[in-house]
Write a protein that binds this ligand. Structure first.
Ligand code: P1T
Length: 381
């Protein structure tokens, strides 16, 4: 089945009891048993829920995996991956990543004995240099949030295999429509489905997708034992969002390419981070491992002050100033004070995450209106 067909049909059957074409929202916490242990495959809704099962089948198909495991948020999905590790295990992660992922590794799991190290993963040699016998997980985010750096998934996964290390790729910025890390050798794919997969800014949700039965069993065990499961209504909304994933991401990518070009030429803009530019250091790798270059763009101002960034943020009307990304509506954000505020300033500055960096999540509105909105806001500085 091709991708566009999978979004609509994979894992989805009309409801056998009524013929309902949409997967019903099974809003129940438990299931009747004819006697102890004599049931229809469903015992208790933390363990199994038919709406969640349909979504998990669909997500597994979108990422060419065998199993998907859903959670109440992207960070809850990450938390399950961390629980595969034990004290003194080392994690090597991209040094430019979502602030909340950094915070979970450093502020939650370091006190439990995990040892995260952050490097520029766009340089595979620098990853291999710091691998030790205790390295148990490589945490890849690509494109990175918010600098839009590109990591060569295939190369990093080859290094990991050589050293018998697990790999997890946070595929949130690309979406399964643009990039499928399991095909490139990754062991686990993570999505904050809150973003492109849901696509309508109305649900917080996360998932992991794998293709190894043993790993799937471990993660299903953690999902059930620790309990960070999503509710059936949220699973239904994500399933509904997925049906238009390919169309939404296509349009958002087209818009992003036009917005990025506009910003690059703008006299008040000093730099634009967008992997679709030939001059982007990861352009060739992005072209090889992604279907398009994504719909996230970040840029810096020539007058590099926090105040000027704030002026731009408070003067757009179509771009709403908000955290999150990947919805049909365009958003504008200030990573230093919003999504990446939990990363110490000296760490942020090392990767170019300055106080004047602005991040855009390009939606699917008419691109002429988006450009006019940015033009007017940039006039204010
Ligand atoms: O918000 P949640 O569903 O828990 O997902 C966390 C997460 C994980 N990975 C990446 C790459 C992310 O961008 C996020 C969430 N990011 C934002 C809310 C943001 O505005 O960047």
């Amino acid at each position: 089945m091709k991708f566009a067909t999978k979004t609509i049909h994979a894992g989805i059957e009309p409801d056998p009891s009524t013929g309902a074409i949409m997967t019903p929202i099974f809003q129940t916490s438990t299931y009747a048993q004819e006697g102890s242990g004599n049931h229809k495959g469903f015992e208790y809704a933390r363990t199994q829920n038919p709406t969640r099962s349909a979504l998990e089948k669909n997500l597994a198909a979108l990422e060419n995996g065998t199993d998907a495991i859903c959670f109440g948020s992207g960070l809850a999905a990450m938390d399950a991956v961390m629980k595969l590790l034990k004290p003194n295990d080392e994690i090597i992660s991209t040094n430019d990543l979502y602030g909340g992922s950094y915070r979970q590794m450093v502020r939650v799991y370091e006190p439990f004995g995990l040892k995260p190290k952050f490097v520029d993963m766009s340089d595979p040699k620098s990853v291999e240099k710091i691998i030790t016998k205790n390295t148990k997980l490589l945490w890849i985010e690509t494109p990175t949030n918010p600098m839009l750096n590109i990591v060569d998934i295939e190369k990093i996964c080859k290094i990991a295999k050589k050293h018998n290390i697990l790999t997890c790729v946070d595929n949130t910025f690309a979406s399964p429509y643009l990039q499928n890390p399991l095909d490139l050798g990754a062991d686990i794919v993570l999505h904050s489905a809150t973003k492109y997969i849901g696509g309508h800014s109305d649900v917080v949700h996360g998932c992991l997708i794998v293709k190894d039965a043993e790993l799937a069993a471990k993660l299903h065990f953690i999902q059930n034992a620790c309990g960070a499961v999503p509710g059936p209504m949220d699973c239904f909304l994500i399933l509904r969002g997925i049906k238009t994933l390919h169309i939404r991401v296509q349009r958002a990518c087209e818009n992003a390419a036009i917005v990025a070009k506009f910003l690059k030429k703008h006299p008040k803009v000093s730099s634009v981070n967008y992997p679709g530019f030939k001059s982007h250091p990861g352009h060739k790798i992005a072209k090889a491992q992604m279907r398009d270059f994504g719909a996230m763009v970040s840029f810096d101002l020539k007058s590099d002050s926090f105040e000027n960034a704030q002026k731009v943020l408070s003067n757009t009307h179509l771009f709403t100033c908000a955290e999150s990304l990947g919805g049909v509506e365009s958003l504008i954000g200030h990573p230093a004070s919003m999504t990446h505020a939990s990363i110490p300033k000296e760490e942020r500055m090392k990767v170019g995450l300055t106080d004047s960096l602005i991040r855009l999540s390009i939606g699917i509105e008419d691109v002429d209106d988006l450009i006019e909105d940015l033009e007017k806001a940039l006039e204010q500085i």
